[in-house]
Design a protein around this ligand. Structure first.
Ligand code: EPZ
Length: 464
């Protein structure tokens, strides 16, 4: 009989007088990476950030306590919990497990200071509307990779019967009429937006009647959210295809649910293995969530084997062959793996072309790779990469979560020392990043910015 977990009530998970905001810690430190060390052993994979965030938003749909397991220990999770606390929910934590009691939702307005830092907190708008008939959520800002509009979310909520208007940067949504219930509708998404699909699927679970979402996103995290809602009693069919059908139910009940492994974290470490020409295993992860990445790794010459215990083994080929990659909505090559895979292609034998089609500004890491001796030219949404014999360590700055991880793993293969700045991005999406890499032989450490010698200060990438 498993011991009863000791749950700790979360009062304020981030930022309190005696606990500086984690990003304050992150932005005051850097990671120093010494390249050239081969890796060996196993890298464990945590729960999926992009599933945990939206599932936590989904707990608002249920007026009982839900237990969510395999939650990664990340800054963004703390922020999402903060949003739920601000809405009046109770959140208790034991390690990678959260109990969320949404029996009383006392507010319908998400706090700006958190939403401005965590786009994913916009996910509460659908559940709040479905549960309360009203929601006031600050418009999530853009970020380094793009404007990140939410028009598809809003148009879909309007199709479900909500009145939505913007006022002073806040999205005000409410359901007119005495009953305040959303009405099922047929919704076509102009673009298979992950967030819009998730927002509308959650809102439709408690709507009256049937909702059909066409041109829906098919990402594994969308399927995970659907499975979580179904575990609470929702009626959802077709998640994972481009057409999702939701039949509204009056209410949802408690459930105990475990988040899928993080395919992007797993992919990041697989590419680290390929970059350093090492043999490592990474897992657990569902290999079917990584089909395009595994295919492209094999095309570059890596040997990739699926082991029975949901681990993936990667080992080096004779050389790194150049390949072309285009990012696409799932099941295409994931945009969240674009920077990491580009790091590998900088060392390929020949020229490669990487085309970013999902976000309008997700190639800023090219300049940083070139500081490390890569030879990449930007042409619109394409990066033309001429493979070089080696990278050289340098001070670099990550512009977003995945670019930061990509620069770090590039540092593992570079000659000399790389100093990575911009850790507040990295800490949002990678649990125990240094520790997991150190455990397989990488040489890296996190130090305060004050200890970094001036030669290691980046000139490009600094805030302009
Ligand atoms: C999710 O963001 C992920 N974030 C992103 O991961 C991921 O890159 C993205 O999906 C694509 O896979 C979370 O799940 C928390 P989208 P989301 O809506 O939902 C346009 C990471 O590194 N669009 O599918 O915001 C949008 O501008 C992060 O972990 C509209 O035009 O992505 C973009 O060009 C980064 N109108 C494209 O769709 C809308 O209303 C894809 O965005 C919504 C989106």
């Amino acid at each position: 009989m498993a011991a009863t977990p000791v749950m700790t009530p979360l009062q304020s998970v981030i930022g309190s007088p005696n606990r500086p905001l984690p990003e304050a810690i992150s932005s005051e430190s850097v990671i120093e990476i010494w390249g050239g060390e081969p890796l060996s052993g196993h890298i464990p994979v945590s729960g999926a950030k992009n599933s945990a965030l939206v599932v936590l938003g989904g707990t608002l749909l249920c007026s009982e306590t839900c237990r969510v397991r395999n939650i990664p220990d990340l800054m963004d999770i703390g922020r999402m919990a903060e949003v739920l606390l601000a809405l009046g929910l109770k959140v208790n934590r034991a390690g990678h497990m959260l109990d969320v009691d949404a029996s009383h939702v006392s507010h319908s307005k998400a706090p700006y200071d958190i939403v401005s830092k965590l786009r994913a907190s916009f996910f509460v708008i659908g559940p709040l509307l479905a549960r309360l008939g009203v929601a006031r959520v600050p418009l999530p800002g853009g970020c380094a990779i793009g404007a990140r509009p939410v028009a598809l979310h809003i148009r879909g909520l309007q199709a479900l019967g909500a009145q939505v208007h913007m006022d002073h940067g806040v999205v005000h949504a409410y359901v007119p009429g005495a009953r305040g219930k959303l009405k099922g509708a047929k919704i076509y998404l102009d673009y298979p937006s992950v967030g819009a699909t998730e927002t509308l699927m959650m809102a439709a679970t408690l709507a009256e009647g049937e909702t059909v979402i066409e041109n829906a996103a098919q990402e594994p995290e969308v399927v995970d959210l659907a499975n979580f809602c179904i575990a609470m009693g929702a009626k959802i069919r077709g998640a994972g295809t481009n057409t999702i059908i939701i039949t509204g139910v009056p209410s949802l009940h408690a459930t105990d649910y475990s988040i899928i492994p993080d395919r992007i974290e797993a992919g990041t470490y697989l590419v680290a293995g390929a970059l350093t020409k090492s043999e490592i295993t990474v897992g657990p992860v569902d290999p079917s969530h990584l089909t395009p990445l595994l295919a492209k790794l094999r095309e570059t010459g890596s040997k990739v084997e699926i082991e029975e215990n949901m681990n993936i083994r990667i080992s080096p080929g004779e050389k790194i062959a150049s390949v072309d990659v285009q990012t696409l909505p799932y099941p295409g090559f994931p945009t969240d793996m674009q920077a990491q895979f580009m790091a590998l292609l900088t060392l390929a034998d020949g020229n490669s072309i990487v085309t970013e089609t999902v976000f309008e500004n997700r190639l800023q890491h090219v300049a940083e790779f070139n500081r490390m001796g890569a030879d990449i030219k930007l042409k619109g949404d394409c990066a033309v990469i001429r493979g070089v014999s080696h990278l050289s360590g340098a001070p670099v700055t990550g512009s977003d979560l995945r670019a930061s991880a990509a620069l770090a793993i590039a540092g593992l293969a570079a000659k000399g020392k790389t100093t990575l700045h911009g850790l507040h991005h990295l800490d949002r999406g990678y649990e125990r990043f240094e520790e997991k890499l150190r455990n397989v032989g990488a040489k890296l450490r996190r130090i305060p910015l004050s200890e970094v010698d001036s030669a290691a200060q980046p000139t490009i990438g600094a805030e302009n």
